[in-house]
Design a protein around this ligand. Structure first.
Ligand SMILES: *[C@@H]1O[C@H](CO)[C@@H](O)[C@H](O)[C@H]1NC(C)=O
Ligand SMILES: *[C@@H]1O[C@H](CO)[C@@H](O)[C@H](O)[C@H]1NC(C)=O
Ligand SMILES: *[C@@H]1O[C@H](CO)[C@@H](O)[C@H](O)[C@H]1NC(C)=O
Ligand SMILES: *[C@@H]1O[C@H](CO)[C@@H](O)[C@H](O)[C@H]1NC(C)=O
Ligand SMILES: *[C@@H]1O[C@H](CO)[C@@H](O)[C@H](O)[C@H]1NC(C)=O
Length: 843
């Protein structure tokens, strides 16, 4: 690049090599192509030039002592001369500095028109000025080139705003390497909020510097005072600007915005005879504006580079997994305004601060109080980090464009508001966690447990004389990190939370090491094996302290299921409900990927429900309890917080039963997070299990909460009848379970569906209610199916009014003898199953 620039600049046609030099332009002393205007001590010169292959001519300023002709300012950039025969002079009429062609027509002017005996002079700074010839004050400029920068910021030049002239000076790229006219890129100070400088491409932001923090721009931590350059940022009612000064006479430095959109600082050291690229931006992907979207943090040292702030999850998981973080992150828990906590983020580039409020007089404590007192405050920080920090900056809108720096790089701390529950140390059982008091209580208890566990861990380690890495010890991973207890105390290192490679640690999920799991499962012995699926195997295990666990070990051979694995970890680690199976931790070591769950004594529902000698264990009250529990678990998935989680593979084998036969939904490998407003989505890869899939999902790949509702309905009918929908075969008629139940219901014999194994003590109305709910859930048209909150209501209330179900989807086999009068499509009251080809079979 540098070589190219050098060659390019050498190719400029620049006449006045042997030209006569002027020191002033006046009404009588003109500048023509054979002359140059030279600055006081000869640093710069102004003359006519024609860049590269261009046929156009311009007046421009370049360094006089640098062989590589480098133009730092161009006058008539948008009004070129067609040939070299122009004249730059002072107009006798109004004292303006004007450029005319050889026919005498005006090509460009400085737009000064107040008359007087003016002269134009080139200062040693590279500033072309217009002043009165005999002004007592030589610094009283009527016009100056520094107020109209081209693509280069020179030492002493101000990038920014001046209230007296109303000008906001900025630099703007050339159009191409040999066309100095106004190009697409500019670097301009935004004086609003907490001022910072934006690099834009056709008015769209490409990169921002971050606000000035007293030392440098927040997004340019490498910007530190050096022996070569001193940076300055001034903020007063009269002006807001950025500028720099050189500390050495023998060095040159300039900041330019190139025609291809790079912001570059070059320095010239006489001995090297070349412009050295000293700094540039954007330097990597993380410098790209809003790379990780709202509440996303970009860290170029991680893969993927985007992560969500703690307490946030990706809005669009699918895109996020495809390394497109631009949709950003959403809060896991809404702010409650009064009892929120603050998350400390260190070594950061401050978020976009165009709307940030700044009070330089406040200290950090006052700043936090101010933030706490206003619900719209999202974050705060010191506005000036020199001398230990001072001033207050408050972000009252969503946080964008944050970047993580390393400790060595620098960056600064800021404090982001998050729901108190998101600062909790360990994910505790979902429940009533409203109120800070309670949160603190939990934190206190957990802290106590943590201390206990640490002691135990130390005891064990000492006793066993092992000097293993603490990572390997199960106890260690139960210990909450101390900073998590701190609701608002600043200056705690949170870098750790964000620097780890694995999703698991990012989620603060306990990490088990491989040896622990090997020991717990007796080296994955056959005797400990609970089951086998397409994903791998499930083993029972027991931890040293006696806790039973179930370990899902992904098969490493295929590589298949890894995405599902990550998906499940991300999802379930954040979900806590008594009807969802609890993830205790995970293990990611080399090729091994495992999930560790609480062990469910009674295994999966299908292992009891469909087994002749066992199904009697499930009497009607237990069955009803299972139906209601699954409904509540599903409701939680569908409607908790801002997310809709679609399970997509609800079935009897994914319902686990604890020792009291309480149901817990498991297996989130295929679940999808939906945005709050999103109700359905399309997938090309239909996953799920035959017999439980809704018609619109199986046939069109359209999934929504209503496709889960369909699966739930199938499950309800299976639980009531004790029969599998799939493979259901009723003598004399080839119906599936849905069609069979539908037939009985319409004939008023629904109670006959009830499994005789479920005992004689039952409430007929409860059974009837379950069958009706089941049939409502499996209706062919998704819009006819109730949502889970309605289902929960219908199940729990004797009096809730229930609509009459219409025909179910997928009634394989014969057409019914009579058609439901309410059905709009009487001839299609049963949909013929045509989906076997597109289906992925169950595992
Ligand atoms: C230079 O260009 C101007 C138009 O910009 C034209 O009027 C003039 O004749 C040209 N002079 C020469 C010497 O070609
Ligand atoms: C001078 O003023 C004219 C008309 O107001 C404007 O088009 C032109 O850009 C101005 N030139 C400069 C150098 O400011
Ligand atoms: C930052 O604080 C230092 C010392 O407290 C002060 O000298 C400097 O002017 C401040 N900078 C800004 C931009 O306010
Ligand atoms: C909270 O902050 C917003 C944004 O700065 C402001 O518009 C609003 O007036 C503030 N509310 C209160 C009660 O101070
Ligand atoms: C949560 O606890 C508060 C008081 O501690 C109580 O008023 C409230 O009803 C509880 N909410 C739930 C859902 O249990």
């Amino acid at each position: 690049m540098r070589k190219n620039t050098k060659q390019l600049l050498l190719s400029f046609i620049f006449f006045p090599f042997l030209a006569a030099s002027l020191d002033l332009i006046t009404t009588t002393q003109f500048l023509t192509k054979d002359q140059v205007l030279v600055s006081t001590t000869g640093e710069f010169e102004l003359g006519f030039f024609s860049p590269g292959r261009s046929n156009n001519w311009y007046i421009g300023i370049c360094y006089r002592n640098i062989e590589v002709k480098t133009f730092v300012w161009v006058g008539n950039r948008d009004a070129p001369l067609r040939n070299s025969s122009g004249v730059l002079k002072i107009s006798a009429d109004n004292g303006d500095l004007v450029l005319v062609d050889d026919s005498g027509s005006l090509v460009w002017s400085a737009n000064y028109s107040s008359g007087g005996n003016t002269v134009a002079e080139l200062l040693d700074s590279g500033n072309l000025v217009l002043r009165l010839e005999n002004d007592a004050d030589p610094d009283n400029y009527l016009w100056q080139g520094f107020d109209h920068p081209t693509d280069t910021l020179l030492p002493g030049m101000k990038l920014g705003w001046d209230s007296k002239t109303g000008l906001n000076r900025y630099i703007n790229s050339w159009k191409s390497e040999d066309d100095p006219s106004v190009g697409d890129y500019s670097f301009k100070l935004d004086i609003y909020g907490f001022p910072e400088v934006y690099l834009t491409h056709k008015q769209v932001i490409d990169y921002r510097s971050g606000p000035w923090n007293g030392i440098g721009f927040s997004g340019v931590p490498e910007m530190k005072p050096s022996t070569i350059v001193t940076f300055e940022f001034k903020m007063s009612p009269d002006e807001v600007y950025y500028s720099f000064q050189l500390n050495s006479k023998s060095v040159y430095s300039r900041l330019t915005v190139s025609y291809f959109g790079a912001l570059q600082r070059f320095t010239w050291i006489p001995t090297s005879k070349i412009w050295n690229l000293f700094w540039k931006a954007p330097k990597d992907q993380c410098d790209d504006y809003k790379e990780c979207g709202v509440y996303g943090i970009c860290d170029p040292n991680m893969s993927p580079i985007c992560k969500c702030m703690k307490g946030f999850v990706p809005k669009n998981l699918q895109a996020w997994n495809l390394r497109d973080g631009s949709d950003g992150c959403a809060r896991l828990h809404d702010l409650d305004c009064k009892n929120d906590g603050f998350l400390t983020l260190n070594n950061m580039k401050l978020p976009d601060s165009a709307t940030t409020f700044v009070d330089p007089a406040m200290n950090l404590d006052q700043c936090q109080q101010l933030c706490r007192s206003n619900c719209s405050c999202q974050a705060y920080s010191n506005s000036n980090i020199t001398n230990g920090g001072s001033g207050c900056a408050i972000w009252a809108s969503a946080l964008y464009d944050m970047r993580q720096y390393t400790v060595a790089e620098g960056g600064q701390s800021f404090y982001a508001r998050v729901a108190a529950s998101d600062l909790e140390p360990v994910v505790l059982e979902h429940g009533n966690s409203s109120g800070k008091k309670r949160t603190l209580e939990i934190a206190g208890i957990a802290g106590g447990i943590g201390v206990l566990l640490v002691s135990l861990a130390i005891f064990f380690l000492l006793k066993k004389g092992i000097s293993k890495t603490p990572k390997g010890n199960i106890f260690e991973h139960r210990v909450p990190r101390s900073q998590d207890f701190l609701m608002s105390s600043p200056a705690t290192p949170s870098r750790k939370d964000y620097s780890k490679e694995t999703a698991a640690e990012e989620l603060e999920l306990p990490l088990f090491d491989f040896d622990t799991i090997v020991a717990a499962t007796k080296n994955f012995s056959q005797a400990n094996k609970l089951g086998q699926g397409g994903f791998g195997s499930v083993y029972r295990g027991m931890l040293v302290e006696g806790q039973d666990i179930a370990v899902k070990r992904l098969s490493k051979s295929s590589g298949q299921g890894i995405e599902e694995f990550k998906n499940e970890v991300r999802l379930i680690a954040r979900l806590q409900h008594r009807n969802l199976v609890r993830l205790l931790g995970c293990c990611i070591e080399m090729e091994e990927k495992m999930l560790v769950y609480e062990y469910m004594e009674n295994k999966s529902l299908d292992s009891i429900l469909f087994k002749k000698n066992k199904s009697a264990l499930l009497d009607w009250p237990r069955r009803f309890n299972i139906i209601c529990g699954v409904a509540r678990g599903l409701l939680y998935l569908h409607q908790d917080s801002r997310f809709r989680i679609i399970h997509r593979d609800l079935k009897a084998s994914n319902i686990l039963l604890d020792k009291d036969m309480n149901p817990k939904i498991s297996d989130f490998g295929m679940a999808r997070i939906f945005g709050g407003d999103q109700t359905e989505a399309n997938t090309r890869k239909v996953v799920g299990t035959y017999g439980y899939m809704a018609p619109e999902y199986a046939m069109d790949g359209l999934f929504s909460v209503k496709s889960d509702v369909f699966s739930f309905g199938v499950l309800v009918l299976e639980i009531v009848s004790g029969k599998k929908n799939r493979g259901f075969y009723q003598t004399n008629n080839h119906l599936n379970l849905l069609a069979y139940a539908w037939g009985l219901y319409r004939e008023g014999r629904a109670l006959e569906l009830k499994d005789s194994d479920s005992g004689k003590s039952y409430s007929a109305s409860e059974v009837m209610r379950c069958i009706q709910v089941g049939l409502l859930c499996v209706q062919e048209h998704a819009e006819d199916r109730p949502n889970m909150s309605t289902v929960v209501l219908m199940l729990s209330s004797e009096t809730a009014s229930m609509p009459q179900p219409k025909n179910p989807g997928f009634c394989l086999g014969r057409r019914p003898l009579e058609t439901d009068s309410s059905s709009s499509k009487p001839d299609e009251s049963c949909t013929v199953n045509q989906v076997t080809v597109t289906m992925v079979d169950g595992r």
